[in-house]
Design a protein around this ligand. Structure first.
Ligand SMILES: [Zn+2]
Length: 164
């Protein structure tokens, strides 16, 4: 029996993945630990297409609490290996969509088995080259200005010096 729905802002409602995490919806599960869970995508690009989600609801990768990031990506690494081994794949595609192309508004990392010549080339195009090296440099500078590395221990020191 379902509890009556509480009125909530749309962004915090129980999305499909929260429902899988709570057990309200079934999904073929790969693993579950104290903070993450992985299961099969119900519309796989290829068989063995796995989704890794944090149990705690967040929408984008940037919203994943810093204390969770290390574990989340360590599990992602293990899934990369497991998916490739289990499916006999040549490699894999690991990706996160943030808002755009994000079908469920709950952070999920795709681990997709890949084979050479598997026909998935559309994922990589079309490409839009920079008009000039200057335009590329301006673009990099804009991202540098926007990049906040404060609180990251490895950014606290001076830039790495060349070996003497
Ligand atoms: Zn959710």
């Amino acid at each position: 029996m379902r509890a009556p729905k509480k009125s909530q802002p749309p962004s915090t409602g129980p999305d499909t993945f929260c429902q899988i995490i709570s057990g309200e919806l079934a999904a073929p599960t790969v693993h579950r630990d104290g903070s993450t869970m992985s299961f099969l995508d119900h519309r796989p690009l290829f068989p063995g297409h796995v989704l890794l989600v944090p149990l705690e609801h967040v929408t984008t990768l940037a919203e994943l609490p810093p204390a969770e990031v290390d574990h989340f990506f360590r599990v992602a690494q293990r899934l990369e290996t497991a998916v490739e081994r289990a499916t006999g794949a040549d490699g894999s595609l690991v990706l996160v969509n943030n808002r755009v192309s994000q079908s469920v508004p709950h952070l999920h990392l795709h681990v997709i088995p890949r084979r050479f010549r598997d026909g998935l080339r559309f994922w990589l195009g079309p490409r839009r080259p920079y008009a000039s090296p200057q335009e590329a440099e301006r673009t990099a500078a804009g991202i540098r200005d926007a990049l906040d590395l404060t609180d990251l221990t490895r950014s606290a020191g001076p830039p790495t010096a060349a070996p003497e």
